[in-house]
Structures are given as C-alpha cells and as structure tokens.
Design a protein around this ligand. Structure first.
Ligand code: NAD
Ligand code: DAU
Length: 333
C-alpha cells in the first residue's frame, strides 16, 4: 500500500510512520507536514534514509500541495492538527484553519482523486466531559474547548462525506496518548522534563481530573487495524483502559524520577476543563485490538526516554516552548 500520512512529523504521526515501515516491507509513506512548532524531523531521523519514505513540507489547507502529495496513494491518514487545548484557549484561529478547513481540503482532494480509504485521527475530547460511564461512538458530540470543537467539526464533515459522497472514510477517537517524542507542552512530558529541571509542576485546579492513558504504540496498532479492517463510514473509539487522576499520575512521575512532591504547584484551573474522559471500546475490541502495554511499565519506559534524550527536549524547551509558556502564565496563574 502507498500511504499519505499528514502531520507525520508530530508525536503520534511519527510513531505511526515507523510502525508502518517496520511492519509492512511492501508499503511506502509520503509524509505531508507543515512543520509547525510541533513538527520535528528529529522524530523520524531513523527512517529518513528509507527509500520507501518521502517527506514533503506543506500545509493541509493548501489544495494544490495536498493534491500533489495525494496523487497515486491508496490511503490517506490525517494526523495533522493543532493539538494542544491550552493553546486553543489562548487563540483558536489556527485550530479552525488546520483542524476544520485542512480536513475539508483533504476530503475534497480525496474525493476528486478517488482515494479508496481515508482515516481521520480524532479524539475522545469530542464527546466532552463524561461524568459517569463511558461514551459509545454514537454518543452526542459535546466539545468543551476550541480545540475539541474544531476536532468535532472535522468529524462531522468527515461523516458527511461518507453520507453524501460515499467517500470511504473511517474515524478513530483515541484517549490521551503518551510516550517518547511528545512535545513537552502536554502533561506527561511537561512534568517529566520540569521535574528533571527541578522546576515546579503546574497542576490545574484540584488535580482530580481524570484521563484515560494510552501508550502511543498501542494507538498506532489500533489505527493500523482500522485502516486495514475497519468498516467505511464507521467511528472507532480507542481507549487505554487506564483512568488516572492527574494528581496520582504526577506523584507517580515524581516517584519514578526520585524527585520530591514539594515540586507540585497547584495553579488556577484551565477554563472549561473537562473533568473526565472515558470511552466504550467494544467496537475496536471486536475487531481484535486491545492495548499490549501495561500502563506502569510504559510510563516508566517513557520517563527513561526523556531522561536519556535531553538532546531532543532541551532545545525545544529553550526555543518556541519558552515563549508559549511565558504567554500561558502571563496572567500570573
Ligand atoms: P502534534 O501536535 O504532536 O503533531 C501535529 C503535527 O501536525 C505536527 O507535525 C505539525 O507540524 C503538523 N501540522 C499542524 N498543522 C498542519 C498543517 N496545517 N498542515 C500540515 N501539517 C500540520 O499532535 P499529536 O499529539 O501527534 O496528535 C496527532 C493527531 O492525533 C491530532 O489530530 C490530534 O488531534 C489527535 N489526537 C491526539 C491525542 C494525544 O493525546 N496526543 C489523542 C487523541 C487524538
Ligand atoms: O484526550 C485526548 C486529548 O488529550 C488529545 O485530543 C489532545 O490533543 C491532547 O493534548 C490531550 O488533551 P488534554 O487536555 O487531556 O491533555 P494535556 O496533556 O494538556 O492535559 C492532561 C490533563 O492534565 C488535563 O486534565 C489538564 C492537566 N494539566 C495539563 C497541563 C499541560 C495540568 O494539570 N497541568 C498542565 O500544565
């Protein structure tokens, strides 16, 4: 198969490209990525010499660039997005452009070029906060923040292209991913790297919000399965099955690093902060997927990766991240 992966220089996309190239010797991948602050070609250094891999710098909102990259491919997987909730609260323009208009641009090109499989990488955040139980794929979309609203908008468009045009689309909605190469604005890599620098860990609100953590390689296996065995027009939830309160996770990270709990600094809550996400994953499990990595072991491995890869995260934290973080805390939270 020849795949177009968008956003492949980011966290999950880069793991997915590596997963495909390792597992399918006959496959090739075109990676279309704009290289925003979150895109990092270091994430793919080990595959850049592989003749089955080609990188194209481009914006998924640019119809001409998209058509050029999409020509001749069998399947499209859209990972490209603005992905950080706190940034969407500071300013949502880029979220609407990339997450909604970019998805629309991909759908139009895929329709025109007759692509036979399009996978949209979505998120559990589109269901909004789930106080009790777990959201099925048929649950209403109730996004709480500009990021999740943009992703929900994209999901609705994708589904409409199935209903109206019979474009063979599939959607995966996964829970919070973690693992190596995640940009250090997100909770786990932020807290690991801050703790390594002996900086305070800004824990929002009462620290009791719950996320369901999924190791990134398990998500890649699920996306692979949906690509090959999913039913067009369908949505698949992908949850790690590990619900943890932020405060519990923070203590776990500090323990793994041998750092004191006095580093925890409660700060004012994120506006519109979803209390809990939870997914009903019967559908993807019926296809034959379940997480292969135990949470505690995967977290320990992730902590070790950041300890051993300062050369990856230190330049990020002293570059673009620094300006973002200063903006985030300009109000003195
Ligand atoms: P990321 O922020 O690490 O990477 C995003 C990538 O998209 C970057 O390489 C960036 O350069 C690229 N990009 C952004 N705008 C672009 C544009 N206009 N054109 C082309 N490329 C562009 O994101 P991630 O955490 O790897 O998430 C990947 C996808 O998975 C996103 O769609 C996100 O919504 C979804 N998702 C993420 C998580 C998670 O926990 N990280 C969970 C569920 C779903
Ligand atoms: O649920 C899937 C989503 O997970 C993805 O769609 C998003 O792309 C991804 O960013 C992530 O969103 P969250 O908002 O859940 O992840 P984040 O790492 O930003 O925050 C996780 C939890 O930790 C959340 O309850 C907010 C809290 N938090 C986060 C940061 C960055 C803090 O307490 N302090 C922080 O500094």
């Amino acid at each position: 198969m020849k795949l177009l992966v968008t956003g492949g220089a980011g966290f999950i996309g880069s793991h997915f490209i590596r997963h495909i190239l390792r597992k399918y010797p006959g496959d090739s991948v075109v990676n279309l990525d704009k290289l925003t602050y979150a895109g990092n070609l270091e994430n793919l250094r080990d595959v850049e010499g592989d003749s089955r891999y080609r990188f194209v710098r481009g914006d998924i909102c640019d119809g001409a660039a998209v058509r050029e990259a999409m020509r001749g491919v069998d399947a499209v997987l859209n990972f490209a997005a603005e992905s950080h909730v706190d940034r969407s609260i500071l300013g949502a323009d880029e979220f609407l452009k990339t997450d909604v208009l970019g998805t629309f641009t991909l759908l139009e090109a895929a329709r025109e070029l007759g692509i036979s499989r399009c996978v949209q990488i979505s998120t559990d955040e589109v269901y909004g906060s789930i106080e009790r139980g777990a959201a099925k794929e048929s649950a209403p979309l109730r996004p709480s923040n500009p990021y999740s609203a943009s992703k929900a908008g994209a999901d609705l468009l994708v589904s409409a292209y199935w209903t109206t045009h019979r474009l063979p689309v599939l959607i995966t909605r996964s829970s919070n991913n973690f693992g190596p190469n995640q940009y250090p604005e997100k909770l786990i890599p932020l807290f690991i790297t801050h703790a390594l620098e002996d900086r305070p860990l800004p824990l929002y609100g009462d620290g009791k919000n719950v996320r369901d953590w999924l190791y990134v390689r398990d998500n890649c296996a699920a996306i692979d399965l949906v690509l090959h065995a999913g039913v067009p027009g369908e949505v698949y939830n992908v949850g790690g099955g590990t619900e943890v309160e932020n405060i519990v996770l923070t203590r776990q990270i500090l323990r793994l690093l041998g750092k004191p709990e006095s580093l925890i600094q409660p700060v004012k809550d994120r506006p519109g902060h979803d209390r809990r996400y939870a997914l009903d994953c019967h559908k993807i499990r019926a296809l034959g997927w379940k997480p292969a990595h135990e949470f505690g072991a995967a977290l320990a491995e992730t902590v070790r990766w950041y300890q051993e890869h300062e050369a990856w995260w230190r330049p990020i934290k002293s570059g673009e991240f620094k300006a973002y973080y200063a903006r985030q805390y300009a109000s003195g939270a």
